[in-house]
Design a protein around this ligand. Structure first.
Ligand SMILES: Nc1ncnc2c1ncn2[C@@H]1O[C@H](COP(=O)(O)OP(=O)(O)OP(=O)(O)O)[C@@H](O)[C@H]1O
Ligand SMILES: [Mg+2]
Length: 324
């Protein structure tokens, strides 16, 4: 039976890459979370922690090496053929660099209608073009733009084209992978506000991956924090940002300027972001954050901490949560 509340649930997801003889890179290692329908989960963490790999594995661009992906009540971890094609319609991915994902030899009209054609949406070519014109207007462009090529647009406009292409096929779930990170701040805000509008009018569910914590905080309902392939904290925004439990989350938040002198005072001297990052290749047992953690002790080096519920779905994976 479909899970009424969650559109997506990930259980113990694993994605490994072989990077040399006997060298296995644990890009995503036992990650679990859910995203309620019509909400946004932000996914943050330093470069290389596995955010994109989570996104690509969820939408089945990568084959998972373990765990389950449950989408709208169905385990999609191993679906193939026609079922998988239908999933590529229902789950879309929007990238940081739409230029790389927009075919330079196609006009914008062709780019938007291609997905419609593949998925048999819109009867005739004329009807499909009508859908494309409507979408262009919806994302703040003009119907005349349909005849232009990607290189004739600015970065922000290209991101709008990418969004129109994704929305054309009526998706339910969109992974926005650093979709706004390369844009000017004012353009970022326009695109984010557009995403929020679309979410409300179309009931969309998002996984919003970004470096910029303030943008993630603004757009998401909940935030998940990743460190070296594992989830170290997840919860409602007000919990994660106002009461971060994991020393890594605290470090991340400390790295962004906070307009709260009391917070600054309380967390001074705890700069974990300067330490050495461990390797995701053949990781040993224990907490992966050990090498940077001010609280690390013998137990942390031997025993991998699991996510513990601190109440209200706010969870963190640390042996020293009592110190937070
Ligand atoms: N196709 C691949 N083959 C081998 N290793 C990979 C591959 N894709 C990613 N990795 C490795 O997996 C880890 C996670 O990479 P990923 O791109 O998911 O990180 P990320 O959190 O998205 O980083 P960024 O913030 O820089 O985009 C990294 O160590 C990366 O080098
Ligand atoms: Mg990435």
């Amino acid at each position: 039976m479909a899970d009424k509340e969650n559109l997506l649930t990930v259980e113990h997801l694993k994605k490994y890459f072989t990077v040399g003889r006997g060298k296995i890179l644990h890009a995503v290692d036992d990650v679990s979370f859910s995203i309620p329908r019509g909400t946004t989960l932000g996914l943050v963490g330093e470069s290389g922690c596995g955010k994109t790999t989570v996104g690509r594995t969820l939408v089945r661009l990568y084959e998972p090496d373990g765990g389950k992906i449950i989408f709208d009540g169905q385990d999609i971890s191993a679906v193939k053929g026609k079922e998988k094609r239908e999933l590529t319609r229902r789950m879309q991915m929007v990238y940081q660099d739409p230029y790389a994902s927009l075919n330079p030899f196609f006009t914008v009209g062709e780019i938007i209608t291609e997905g419609l054609e593949i998925h048999g949406i819109g009867g005739s070519k004329k009807e499909r073009m009508e859908i494309a014109y409507n979408l262009l207007e919806k994302v703040g462009l003009h119907r005349e733009h349909a005849n232009r090529f990607p290189h004739e647009f600015s970065g922000g406009q290209r991101q709008r084209v990418g969004l129109a292409r994704s929305l054309a096929v009526n998706p339910e779930f969109i992974v926005c992978d650093e979709a706004i990170s390369a844009l000017d701040v004012s353009v970022q805000a326009q695109i984010v506000n557009m995403l929020v509008d679309f979410q409300q009018s179309m009931g969309l569910t998002y996984l919003f991956i970004a470096h910029d914590l303030s943008m993630v905080r603004y757009i998401s309902d909940r935030t998940a924090v990743m460190y070296l392939g594992t989830l170290v904290e997840i919860g409602d925004n007000k919990e994660v940002y106002d009461h971060p439990a994991h020393p890594y989350t605290q470090g991340l938040l400390q790295a962004v300027p906070v307009a709260d002198p009391q917070y600054e005072r309380e967390h001074a001297g705890n700069n974990v972001m300067l330490g050495e990052v461990a390797s995701p290749v053949n990781p040993g047992p224990g907490c992966r954050f050990c090498s940077r953690c001010p609280w690390a002790d013998a137990r942390c080096r031997e025993e991998t901490p699991t996510l513990t519920d601190l109440g209200g779905g706010h969870m963190a994976a640390c042996h020293h949560l009592e110190k937070h």
